[in-house]
Design a protein around this ligand. Structure first.
Ligand code: BDP
Length: 714
């Protein structure tokens, strides 16, 4: 984390010398760290495992069991092909023993990746069955998870799991030079310079971690794509990674640059209706699939933030996406076309993607899926949902979440993003009346889509603990678990993550679960409460700069565009008296958001510009409420610190100290955010901070002078 070189000197009181701890637990083992059998598992687990099939994936299954059973104290495993009584029986219908125990109907329900785990009453056999070897692998990871978490006993287990989304994909914003855009855990784990010859052991560890939580796809490179990724040289490297990931059920995808035919192929242009361009892509697809037969497809950021796209040639997003889709279709590949588009001369930024894409509804090929960020602007600590989710009824849509904490304190702040993901997935769009949630729209329940997918922008780097903050691992974990089952609650996810990653100690789990579940609201409160958004520093997006001015800058990249604070009040009027963004939502949301007295308080300043004296439902004026919210965010982090301090001795010393040090940074920076925002907004409101609240400890003019050298940013 080299970004800290500057920030540390300003805010951090001490550094942790991790080398000084005996018996270091460094986080490299992720959620495989705590190999402890749950006390809830009272039944004896058979140690004879019958697997009748052979493949690289079944080999992994055997290795996992051979490693885990002794570690958990279940015993040493013996493998057999003979099906007897009191065994763990794992496989697909290709295994005779399995076929005789699972009906065709049951198999039909499981689909490609689903599995069942059932304890056969009478002889004690535990059955893990699936249609594919990958389903069996997921079943085994689930079985091991059940052994390690207190969720259930296994005596009467009989469960079927079918993933919510077919494609559960990580998006790496990793550049070919090893840097990571918005990555806060060191350089990229992909060592492009060393590939294809040298293979880091991290690649397989990565595949294992992903498979264990059901992730089955990875886009290796940044959406701001370098055309070189499609050269023969890079494809050779990609092929090696695909080979490592394959037995774990993980397909590789690539972000492509729309100008590749011109940049790489030397064509005159990259016009999607140009036959030469089409054949260039067709040939490229053939070349890729000859090397990587299970290649997943392309992710495309086009005509967005200066990147090339079909509009450069007067064509539409549909023209561009369909051309690529046609090249991939014969091979079964898909196009994930991003809808993250906006331009500075346009209308309210929050409205633009909708305006560009909704008129194209129904024009995209079947193997195109439109990838939508959860909110209409950009991964802010809190945004209302993107209205496109409810508006493209004839187009397949997939959510894109950001796991990396670009706007949420990088890898220094403990923020459990599961509650953010859950809030979005559970939001009712009312597109088809009540209960048209984003989860149901995107998982195929509402419109019966033939492809379903979900993406998360990865927070993984080469740091020993993978994500920079031990608790940031929980966001990778939560994304995978929700992609597998979008009905899981954040509480369940936090529970199982804590138990596997740290300890099953009930007090630890209860206390830290509370911290995790409150953490996102805390960050919203100390950064952008009551619907505020985009108050962060220029370009690097680190820390508060609500005053930010950059000569000649695009207005829609500046905080003042969003908060519009003046002596009269604060907030962006997106109601029918303002930009009318509310009209992009279905009723009753449109009216609820439009009316200041029914608009949920958490979105108030997103949709309305209100006077400082506006009185909220709780009787506070807007100004006072802002002060209370900012302060409560800070106070919450201080409580987190105290709770964590009480956990000393319950977790290993290394991670204890490292998390403690991160919480100290977070507490300091929460105060920084509070002071910067309140002192700055106070210059407009002219009102005092309520008597009972802590006073700012910073001076506005000094905060304004802080400059961050982000040349070392990574
Ligand atoms: C913004 C990031 C930028 C990304 C862009 C995107 O600041 O680095 O390239 O999103 O999603 O949030 O394409």
């Amino acid at each position: 984390m080299r970004i800290k070189s500057i920030i540390l000197s300003l805010f951090i009181l001490f550094l942790v010398n991790s080398a000084s701890f005996a018996q270091a637990t460094d986080g490299s083992q992720l959620w495989f760290t705590n190999q402890q059998l749950s006390p809830k598992v009272k039944t004896a687990i058979p140690t004879t495992v019958c697997i009748q099939e052979e493949s690289a994936t079944f080999k992994i299954i055997k290795e996992e069991l051979a490693k885990s059973f002794p570690a958990l104290g279940v015993g040493d495993v013996s493998f057999t092909k003979k099906s007897t009584k009191n065994i763990v029986l794992i496989g697909t219908a290709d295994s005779k023993a399995i076929a005789s125990m699972v009906s065709e109907d049951e198999f039909a329900k499981l689909g490609d990746d689903g599995f069942l785990i059932r304890r056969k009453q009478g002889d004690g056999t535990i059955l893990i069955a699936a249609n594919t070897e990958f389903g069996a692998l997921y079943g085994v990871y689930e079985f091991l998870r059940l052994l390690k978490t207190s969720a259930t006993d296994l005596v009467e287990i009989d469960r079927v799991e079918i993933p919510s989304y077919q494609r559960r994909i990580l998006n790496h914003w990793d550049n070919l030079d090893g840097t990571v855009e918005r990555g806060y855990a060191g350089y990229s784990i992909w060592k492009w310079d060393e590939l294809p010859g040298t293979i880091s052991p991290r690649y397989e560890a990565y595949a294992r971690a992903n498979a264990s939580i059901g992730i089955n796809g990875t886009v290796l490179n940044n959406v701001n794509a370098n055309p070189d990724i499609l050269t023969k040289d890079y494809l050779e490297k990609v092929k090696v990674l695909a080979g490592i990931f394959r037995p774990y059920g993980i397909r590789v995808y690539l972000s492509v640059n729309f100008s590749s035919p011109k940049e790489l192929g030397g064509l005159e242009n990259s016009d999607p209706l140009n036959d030469q361009v089409k054949s260039w892509w067709n040939d490229k697809a053939d070349e890729i699939y000859a090397m990587i037969p299970d290649f997943g497809g392309f992710l495309v950021k086009a005509n967005s933030e200066g990147l090339p796209g079909p509009q450069d040639y007067g064509r539409t997003h549909a023209d561009g996406a369909n051309m690529l889709a046609d090249a991939l279709a014969p091979h079964g590949g898909i196009v994930m076309w991003r809808a993250f588009v906006y331009n500075p001369d346009g209308d309210d930024r929050a409205k633009q993607a909708y305006k560009e894409f909704v008129p194209l509804d129904g024009q995209f090929r079947k193997n195109v899926i439109i990838q939508l960020k959860n909110g209409p602007i950009d991964f802010q600590p809190r945004e209302p949902f993107s209205p496109m989710f409810g508006a493209m009824k004839h187009t397949t849509l997939m959510p894109e979440f950001q796991i990396t904490q670009e706007y949420l304190g990088f890898s220094d702040h403990l923020v459990f993003l599961s509650t953010l993901f859950e809030e979005c997935l559970d939001t009712d769009t009312y597109a088809e009346g009540p209960n048209t949630t984003i989860a149901r729209i995107t998982d195929g329940e509402v419109y019966n889509d033939s492809i379903t997918a979900i993406a998360g922008v990865a927070n993984i780097g080469e740091d020993t603990n993978w994500c920079g903050h031990h608790f940031a691992q929980s966001n990778w974990y939560a994304f995978g678990r929700l992609a597998w089952n979008n009905k899981l609650s954040s509480a369940e996810i936090a529970n199982e993550w804590l138990e596997q990653t740290f300890t099953q100690d009930a007090d630890f789990v209860a206390q830290m679960k509370r911290v995790m579940l409150q953490s996102r609201e805390a960050v919203v409160n100390y950064m952008t409460p009551i619907g505020l958004h985009h108050l962060m520093g220029w370009s690097h997006h680190y820390g508060p700069e609500p005053w930010c001015e950059v000569p000649g800058a695009r207005p829609d990249w500046l905080p003042t565009y969003y908060h519009k604070a003046d002596s009269m009040g604060i907030g962006f009027d997106r109601s029918t008296t303002g930009s009318e963004a509310v009209l992009q939502y279905a009723e009753p949301l449109r009216s609820i958001y439009d009316n200041v007295s029914t608009c949920p308080e958490m979105y108030l300043l997103w949709f309305h510009h209100l006077s400082w004296d506006y009185v909220l439902h709780n009787g506070n004026t807007l100004w006072d409420e802002l002060c209370y919210k900012y302060s409560s965010g800070v106070d919450r982090v201080k409580v987190f610190q105290k709770i964590w301090d009480r956990m000393e001795g319950k977790v290993d010393a290394q991670r204890f100290k490292e998390v403690q040090a991160k919480l100290a940074i977070q507490a300091t920076e929460a105060i920084w955010w509070r002071d910067a925002c309140l002192l700055y907004f106070q210059t407009f409101s002219g009102k005092p901070i309520p008597e009972e609240l802590d006073r700012p400890v910073h001076v506005l003019e000094k905060l304004k002078m802080l400059k961050f050298d982000m040349t070392h940013h990574n």
